[in-house]
Unconditional design. Structure first.
Length: 287
């Protein structure tokens, strides 16, 4: 039960996805330098896990009263009363400090970016969710920082590759978030969250979601366009982007929860596939 509560407190699946994204980018950055220092890779994974877990912990402390109102969150340890906010705060501070120290040991840029990510996610994006749909744009910034942090942890320079990694994940955030918001809109409204572009499951929200997948098509091809990846990553990214585009088109046509679920599930597969192909193709080019 202790592990179950801890995994809910830190949003384990989300934390895993964040760490995976950062670890792939670290390997890409390492190949730019010419070698992979595996001890640093493990340090990045540990530091990234702790920092992400801390951000999610702070998020749940701030939203504890709102989490009680939603079916999908009412069983989290703090709103359910199995953990106090004081306990959660101590754990969050410990994880945040420890994670920042680990990332800072890799280099100061990674450490500074991790602190910025926690502050923006927990203390700007979190309260903004009840005020305006612009929260999705704000949340997309810390959501896209993990690959940037992973890259600069290995190669302490924000160059074109770093910006491409950030850009792909940044644009991906929009259809990902809006698909989830479409599926969970009824639950979100119980807590007063406004995450769909228009605030409703309607044509406007579907159009914004569709447009974001259209933008993702050229953005996903940037590694190939600038020569950092070859035709393999370009081909796979194009296929994945068009499938993602098709799922958004189906949502635009029907505006039903079923199609939003398809788009949501598709987003879970899209990002790791594209990032892994970028890594494999990039390694092949620099050998």
């Amino acid at each position: 039960m202790i592990w179950s509560d801890f995994s809910k407190l830190i949003k384990l699946r989300l934390t895993f996805l964040v760490v995976f994204s950062a670890s792939i980018s670290f390997l890409i950055g390492s190949k730019v330098n010419g070698e992979i220092v595996w001890s640093n890779w493990l340090m990045l994974i540990a530091g990234g896990f702790l920092v992400t877990a801390a951000a999610n912990c702070f998020n749940e402390i701030i939203e504890k009263d709102l989490d009680k109102l939603m079916k999908r969150t009412m069983d989290r340890p703090i709103p359910a009363g199995r953990m106090t906010t004081g306990q959660g705060l101590v754990m969050g501070l410990f994880m945040g400090i420890a994670g920042t120290i680990l990332l800072g040991k890799l280099n100061l840029t990674a450490g500074y970016l991790s602190v910025f990510s926690v502050i923006l996610y927990a203390f700007v994006y979190t309260p903004l969710k009840r005020k305006s749909p612009i929260a999705v744009f704000v949340g997309a910034i810390p959501g896209a920082l993990p690959p940037l942090i992973g890259y600069v942890a290995a190669h302490p320079q924000i160059d074109a590759i770093a910006l491409i990694l950030f850009g792909i994940q940044f644009v991906w955030q929009f259809p990902h978030f809006w698909a989830i918001a479409w599926v969970l809109d009824d639950d979100y409204k119980l807590a007063g969250f406004r995450l769909l572009p228009s605030g409703q499951r309607n044509l406007t929200s579907a159009l914004f979601t569709f447009a974001s997948t259209a933008i993702l098509i050229p953005v996903s091809l940037l590694p190939t366009y600038y020569g950092y990846g070859g035709y393999y990553v370009g081909g796979v990214s194009l296929v994945c982007s068009w499938l993602f585009f098709y799922l958004a088109l189906m949502l635009l046509r029907t505006r039903q929860i079923k199609e939003a679920k398809y788009l949501m599930y598709g987003s879970f597969f899209y990002l790791p596939i594209v990032q892994l192909m970028f890594l494999f193709d990039f390694i092949g080019k620099v050998k």
